[in-house]
Design a protein around this ligand. Structure first.
Ligand SMILES: C[S@@+](CC[C@H](N)C(=O)[O-])C[C@H]1O[C@@H](n2cnc3c(N)ncnc32)[C@H](O)[C@@H]1O
Length: 231
């Protein structure tokens, strides 16, 4: 499903209807992740972080923030944006995979699992199992349930737009998505959806003891967040 990385690399401006939407989106995610940081010295990994325009909010609350982004243009922009912040490193997926076992107190995979096939997600969960400390926390956010996913995403975008002064831009953004290659990729490459029970089983099989969080990270409360600890 690597086509999604190319899509994200070239067309991330399509996902955010304008700069205001992008910044409101990343600020909410950063605030939600910051609330999960267990201590001020924590080593945190945000895997598939995207443009992460508010990553300094997380970095300020932890010891060190490692950001991993597979899309090369997005990663280059992140490296430039945070070059002056000694608490932030930007890595490739390969560099992250090569890190020593037990490197992180908190690992976050937010809004990425839907772009991975089941076996790809299993491989990532196994890698996180190695990278996480025995008392660490893995957070899987924005897991998309099978039903009403598109309607819930559209509703959540319009609601977020109305609350933050970009409602009409959100309407325009939805129309742009309809005429973009997003829908073609969705049909040909596909997106992965999970019921809560299926995700809990996947995490159990990967060596975690997990539960669903009361709220999802970010704006879309139709989607789910799971909190997993090494079993
Ligand atoms: C919607 S963005 C999420 C960005 C950020 N975490 C957020 O919540 O806004 C999807 C992310 O998934 C990443 N991605 C897509 N397919 C991937 C794959 N096969 N392996 C690793 N990352 C992938 C993209 O590069 C991008 O960072």
């Amino acid at each position: 499903m690597s086509d999604w990385i190319s899509f994200y690399d070239m067309r991330h401006s399509l996902i955010y209807v304008n700069a205001r939407h992008r910044d409101v989106h990343y600020r909410k995610i950063a605030d939600d992740i910051r609330a999960l940081v267990p201590k001020t010295t924590a080593a945190v990994l945000d895997y598939g972080c995207g443009e992460a325009t508010a990553a300094d909010v997380i970095a300020a609350a932890c010891g060190h923030l490692t950001m991993v982004e597979a899309a090369p243009n997005v990663r280059a922009a992140l490296s430039a944006r945070y070059a002056g912040n000694a608490k932030i490193s930007v890595l490739t997926p390969d560099a992250a995979a090569a890190m020593p076992a037990g490197s992180f107190d908190l690992i976050v995979l937010h809004s990425v699992a839907q772009y991975l096939s089941g076996p790809e997600l299993d491989r990532l969960l196994a890698m996180f199992r190695k990278l996480i400390k025995q008392d660490g926390l893995l957070v899987l956010g924005d897991i998309v349930p099978p039903r009403l996913a598109a309607a819930a995403a559209a509703w959540s975008l319009l609601k977020c737009g109305a609350a933050n002064g970009f409602f009409w831009a959100a309407v325009g953004g939805l129309l742009r998505i309809f005429v973009s290659d997003y829908l073609r990729l969705k049909k040909t490459v596909g997106l992965s959806h999970y019921e809560a029970a299926a995700m809990l089983e996947k995490l159990r099989a990967a060596g975690y003891s997990a539960q669903r969080a009361a709220r999802n990270i970010g704006h879309n409360q139709w989607r789910m967040t799971f909190l997993a600890k090494p079993a």
